[in-house]
Design a protein around this ligand. Structure first.
Ligand code: HEM
Length: 445
């Protein structure tokens, strides 16, 4: 006999897509918080690419989603593959995914000390020519820093001409990814350099050409000594002694790292700088803790820095780059008393968990001290997602934010030229501050 079940099928929630999207894009967090109050969690919303999406910010449900299980999920849609290439980690599933992830995880932070040195130097370089008493956009500076770092980590040392070529090509590709080409499949056709897709394809070809030239050079050098991701991938061998990764695999995954690894970290750094200079007490406490590092900027003296770490964590919590992480179900799943059917989408909502007053009291206050009052689990603090697809660059990104922030506050004096309640907005697929975070350089230490 089948045991009795009181599982309901769909979690409740709004029925129609357009009114829901209008409300969501006006105020994403408030929209989801209102739905959570009205319907409980998980609630469900119509999903733009078909079916419904069950949304939850409840840690127990998030833990269940991240636990996953063999074959439980597949990609939400195929868009990522279209942009990053079919060999990219983000396009793969199942065993192919697990294999690529193993190859990719090893090299991202192979030499933490030299990576930290790279980050410190990139932060200093970004302000080398900055005039005192002139305004600048912190987000633009942060982008320059993180692009420098990811280029260094991925390719090793580049000469200035190569570096500029990459920077230009990556900016070109970023600027060519239009909203409609992402969401409207019919527009993904090349009607020439002025059509949205044509622009994108040409910009991507430029990046490919630069990356392929670097792969060829690394292959010829056969030298893994520079510690770069590329040199490592080229040196990997399969059990028969052949290359473990094909050139298209290397190319697509290098492009993935360059993209996924720079804008998101820049946003985290810009928010950390914003809050550090918004509330004077934070900067004072931070400088107190960094006294040893400030004199020499010796990376070895940046070891145990609980307050610095807490500032970086709090910036990631207050302003998640992604509102949540979504998975499409291959098979039905039980979540919070509901039976979610195969084909639907389930979302661990970073926004809801990060602003739940039961987890983070006074959630709209920037309060690094909260991390000394209790520990937060992976299902409560999740700016990098979780489970088998958790961000592979999380350690690199966190290290980069803390090294760059520490270096900037120790070496320079800044003034924030922004209003005290800066908001976030969407741009190029991630959430970032609504302005470039205007600041002024007041002096050098
Ligand atoms: C503060 C900076 C960053 C934030 C907030 C961030 C956040 C995220 C999030 C939320 C995801 C989705 C995870 C999931 O589905 O569970 C993700 C995926 C990813 N991130 Fe990051 N990330 C950051 C930096 C980086 C860096 C520095 C790299 C590369 C060096 C990187 C590479 C990737 C890749 C390749 C994926 C796709 C993983 C997959 O599909 O398996 N990210 N990131």
């Amino acid at each position: 006999m089948t045991p009795p079940t009181n599982h309901k099928t769909q979690p409740p929630g709004p029925r129609y897509l357009i009114p829901h999207l209008l409300s969501y894009f006006r105020q994403p967090l408030k929209c989801y918080q209102d739905l959570a109050i009205r319907h409980g969690q998980p609630f469900s919303v119509p999903f733009p690419l078909g079916g419904r999406m069950a949304v939850t910010g409840c840690p127990a449900h998030i833990g269940r989603i991240f636990k996953g299980g063999a074959g439980l999920y597949r990609a939400v849609d195929a868009t990522a593959g279209v942009f990053y290439g079919e060999n990219s980690l983000v396009s793969l599933e199942g065993e192919a995914y697990a294999h690529m992830r193993r190859l990719l995880m090893v090299p991202i932070l192979r030499h933490p000390a030299s990576a930290a040195g790279l980050m410190r130097d990139a932060a200093l370089r970004a302000f080398a020519d900055q005039a005192v008493a002139q305004r600048f956009g912190m987000l633009d500076k942060a982008r320059a820093i993180t692009l420098d770092v990811i280029l260094g980590a991925v390719f090793g040392v580049l000469d200035e001409r190569e570096r500029l070529e990459f920077v230009e090509a990556i900016h070109g590709l970023q600027g060519s990814i239009g909203f409609f080409a992402v969401f409207v499949k019919a527009l993904r056709r090349d009607f020439g350099p002025w059509s949205p897709w044509g622009r994108f394809v040409r910009a991507r070809a430029k990046c490919y050409a630069l990356i392929e030239a670097r792969i060829a050079a690394a292959d010829a050098a056969k030298d893994d000594a520079d510690g770069s991701v590329l040199a490592h991938w080229v040196s990997l061998r399969d059990p028969l002694g052949g290359p473990a990764m094909t050139r298209p695999q290397i190319r697509d995954n290098l492009l993935t790292l360059l993209f996924a690894g720079h804008d998101s970290t820049a946003v985290a750094l810009a928010w950390s700088m914003y809050w550090t200079h918004c509330e004077p007490g934070i900067l004072i406490t931070l400088l107190d803790e960094l006294e040893g590092y400030a004199g020499t900027l010796d990376i070895d003296l940046l070891g145990d820095t609980p307050y610095l770490d807490a500032v970086c964590r709090e910036a990631l919590r207050m302003h998640p780059v992604a509102p949540g992480v979504a998975r499409r179900l291959n098979t039905a799943m039980e979540l919070g008393g509901f039976n979610l059917p195969a084909g639907d989408v389930v979302m661990a909502c970073i926004d809801l968990a990060s602003h739940d007053p039961a987890i983070y009291p006074d959630p709209h206050r920037f309060r690094p001290e909260r991390y000394f009052e209790r520990n937060y689990g992976h299902d409560e603090f999740l700016p990098f997602g979780g489970g088998e697809r958790r961000c592979p660059g999380a350690s690199l990104a966190f290290m980069e934010t803390r090294v760059a922030l520490a270096t900037l506050v120790c070496k320079f004096r800044f003034k924030l030229m922004e209003k005290p309640s800066l908001k976030a907005c969407w741009s190029h697929g991630i959430r970032r501050p609504e302005t470039s975070v205007r600041m002024m350089l007041e002096g050098r230490s």
